[in-house]
Design a protein. Structure first.
Length: 85
């Protein structure tokens, strides 16, 4: 499964034929893009913990004990191995 951030900003090139084919860029979120360009399609929204957040917490000695850092390290390792397949 791959997840995307619906709040991520993106730039969409739009050709304005009324002004001689001038190309402009519209700024919108991925969610706004789906709403405008894929009417009727609603992507499944699930909560996700970014791997980068986990990796930052693994190194935070004040917040987590060695036991938790080891477990989270194992989870990230398993995830990494699955991504390589």
């Amino acid at each position: 499964m791959k997840l995307i951030d619906l709040d991520q900003q993106m730039f969409i090139p739009v050709v304005d034929e009324t002004h001689g084919g001038v190309t402009i860029e519209m700024k919108m979120t991925v969610g706004e893009f789906f709403a405008r360009c894929c009417q009727g399609f609603e992507p499944e929204v699930v909560e996700a913990i970014p791997v980068e957040w986990i990796l930052n917490k693994v190194g935070d000695e004040e917040t987590y004990t060695l036991k938790y850092r080891h477990a989270w390290g194992q989870l990230v390792g398993l995830w990494t191995n699955e991504q390589e397949v």
